[in-house]
Write a protein that binds this ligand. Structure first.
Ligand SMILES: [Zn+2]
Length: 254
């Protein structure tokens, strides 16, 4: 099996290899780190570019997903750091989103600019992949897990105002800047997709200040768990899935 991982940071000890390739796409080139976990091929992309410097609204989302699709990967696991908009979701918790709300404004969010394609996003995440990730999170006792949650994606790069968070919290549980359009573009390519979110702060108005150093600090604390979850999950991924991720794309062409 081939598994794609999208992340905004390196993940220490995920695999040993230093091998990397550059994949050219119609949208630009993408550097992909190649590794092996339990006999499966892993394609790791820093979504913010090889240097990790592109801000969320400038990430080349289409190139990243196209590079994975062109590599014939079977599924995508997207790692994100988020803010919590709900009291019951606390800093350091893990959330496996089951839905999303796209509040971005400027980024290209489709591969279909010259074709009438209306992809079904009723159930945007692969249920099989989500369940596998959730069960592996549950087997790690130090993780506080939320097996569901609505991820609201903002345009960034600024953080949200307190008024925006009051409004957004009526539809979302966590807020971040990258899940859309990754989830949309993956569905358009018929790829199984799921996300693991690490809560790094409470959103605006729910804590006094929002220093971005908190994101780095909390991520560094949780990185070891991410590596563990990914290794367990990749090991157990199977082609025997009854999900409809590929079929939903076939049903989307008008
Ligand atoms: Zn699937």
């Amino acid at each position: 099996m081939k598994i794609g991982i999208l992340c905004g940071h390196p993940i220490k000890d995920l695999f040993d290899s230093n091998e990397q390739v550059v994949i050219d796409t119609a949208f630009g080139s993408v550097v992909v780190r190649l590794g092996r976990i339990s006999g499966h091929d892993v394609f790791f992309i820093n979504r913010h570019g090889n240097e990790g410097t592109l801000p969320p609204h400038k990430v080349n989302y289409r190139a990243n997903i196209q590079a994975l699709a062109a590599s014939h990967i079977d599924c995508v696991i997207s790692i994100g750091t988020v803010g919590s908009m709900k009291d019951e979701i606390r800093v350091g918790d893990f959330v496996i989103p089951d839905d999303f709300f796209d509040a971005t404004r400027t980024r290209p969010a489709t591969f279909f600019d010259d074709q009438r394609v209306h992809v079904d996003m009723t159930d945007p995440f692969c249920p099989s992949l989500r369940n596998l990730i959730c069960s592996n999170c549950e087997s790690i006792k130090d993780i506080t897990l939320h097996k569901k949650g609505v991820y609201l994606t903002t345009e960034g790069p600024r953080l949200e105002s307190a008024a925006e968070i009051r409004f957004f919290s009526s539809v979302g549980d966590i807020v971040g800047m990258t899940l859309a359009p990754e989830v949309i573009l993956s569905r358009e390519k018929g790829l199984c997709f799921a996300s693991i979110c690490v809560v790094c702060n409470m959103a605006a108005g729910l804590q006094e200040r929002l220093p971005v150093d908190d994101i780095k600090r909390i991520y560094a604390e949780k990185e070891v768990y991410l590596s563990d979850i990914l290794q367990r999950t990749v090991k157990m991924i199977s082609k025997d899935t009854d999900c409809l991720c590929k079929k939903k794309m076939k049903d989307a062409m008008l």
